[in-house]
Design a protein around this ligand. Structure first.
Ligand SMILES: [Fe+2]
Length: 384
């Protein structure tokens, strides 16, 4: 979405005939958000994108709220989460509200279904894994540390290189985009922004499938799955252009800001959407002022639920977390460094921490599936 991109064959003008080699024509489709005024892409299909031979309900992806009558700080160990083999079918929901739902998936390298999320933009953080995201708009190779944004409606298919993968998945009601304050009035990322258009990776290789037959496409909308059987392969696009496509940004390309004294989390912001923001905590020099305390001060960020996914074993303000841990510090309670972490951070020159933070502006609900991996003693971890 951040920059204009095009692949394959296009007619000179929009809404103009694009002639096939056999004298027939290709079929133009506009895909975009907010009707005809949001970011969009025009693509040219070999066949009607609407040809459906059959369809059926294909189950639900349930997000059931856990019954809990107290408010507390939580720690979930997703490294021990029991997931099935598919990133699409077997993602496990842990936290959710009306704006965003957080899932974890640990897929293996078995074949994934053709899939589209028809109701949410998806933001995937690849904590561990590599492979290729195939889509109707081209192939996007990915690796550990990638954020991958897949706007709703785009048919895609995951391919993993091996069985060792760990993904954080956010399903977003709003469009996932770069923060507005990083862009100038023309939409270009500012010189002072922590990443640049050069760091954004769009699909690089358009592979057109000219295949007829039964091709099942799984569509998720909210918690409901529908399987549609098309009369042809959905990756039949010969060309496209626009601003609406899957794209990747590696967390290592985020350039952290550092100051003499502690800067608050908004300097680490990476994405925005409706009702939440995403920040990246990356390896960086620590605060360098005389007597600086690099660890964060205690804070009560009321009106915000704070979720951190740790892509490392070590985090400057936390004790007891491991790779793929998730902490939830809810609205209404103060939190801060565990005992000794503030003191130990003084004089340290560098941190190797790597973590993704989700701040929501409406309270999050805890899904039942999260309770099986909860560290129930976490809320007492600030005792000396
Ligand atoms: Fe915090």
């Amino acid at each position: 979405m951040p920059i204009y991109h095009h692949l394959g064959n296009l007619p000179r003008k929009r809404h103009q005939v694009l002639v096939r080699p056999d004298g027939g024509m290709y079929f133009e489709e506009l895909m975009g958000n907010k009707g005809f005024v949001g970011p969009s892409t025009l693509m040219y299909h070999m066949r009607y994108p609407t040809e459906v031979r059959d369809q059926r309900s294909a189950g639900i992806c349930s997000l059931e709220e856990a019954t809990r009558d107290d408010l507390r700080h939580c720690h979930f160990r997703t490294a021990s989460l029991d997931c099935g083999p598919s990133v699409v079918r077997d993602r496990v929901g842990l936290l959710f509200n009306d704006d965003v739902a957080l899932f974890v998936a640990r897929p293996d390298a078995s074949e994934e279904p053709l899939f589209r999320d028809g109701g949410s933009d998806e933001l995937i953080f690849v904590a561990k894994g590599e492979g290729t995201l195939h889509s109707m708009l081209g192939d996007l190779p990915f690796r550990s540390g990638d954020y991958i944004v897949i706007p709703r409606g785009i048919v895609h298919q995951w391919e993993f290189a091996n069985n060792d993968n760990h993904l954080l998945i956010l399903e977003s009601r709003g469009a996932v985009r770069t923060p507005k304050h990083y862009r100038n009035e023309f939409g270009q990322l500012l010189e002072g922004a922590p990443f640049n258009e050069r760091d954004v990776r769009p699909p690089s290789n358009l592979v057109t499938h000219d295949d007829e037959g039964d091709f099942a496409v799984l569509t998720k909308h909210g918690q409901r799955y529908t399987e549609q059987v098309l009369s042809h392969h959905p990756f039949d696009v010969v060309g496209w252009d626009g601003f609406y496509y899957p794209w990747a940004l590696n967390i290592e390309d985020f350039e952290p800001k550092v100051a003499a004294y502690h800067l608050p989390p908004p300097v680490h912001q990476t994405f925005e959407s409706e009702g939440f923001v995403i920040c990246s905590f990356c390896p960086r020099p620590f605060d360098y002022g005389e007597g600086a305390v690099p660890a964060p001060y205690f804070h009560s960020n009321v009106w915000t639920d704070e979720v951190i996914f740790y892509a490392c074993e070590e985090f400057m303000s936390r004790k007891g977390i491991g790779f793929a841990s998730i902490t939830l510090h809810p609205d209404g309670l103060p939190h801060g460094p565990q005992p000794g972490r503030m003191e130990d951070s003084i004089g340290v020159k560098w941190t190797d921490e790597l973590a993704v933070m989700l701040d929501t502006f409406a309270p999050l609900k805890i899904a039942k599936s999260a309770l099986s991996i909860e560290d129930e003693a976490y809320y007492r971890s600030w005792l000396g």
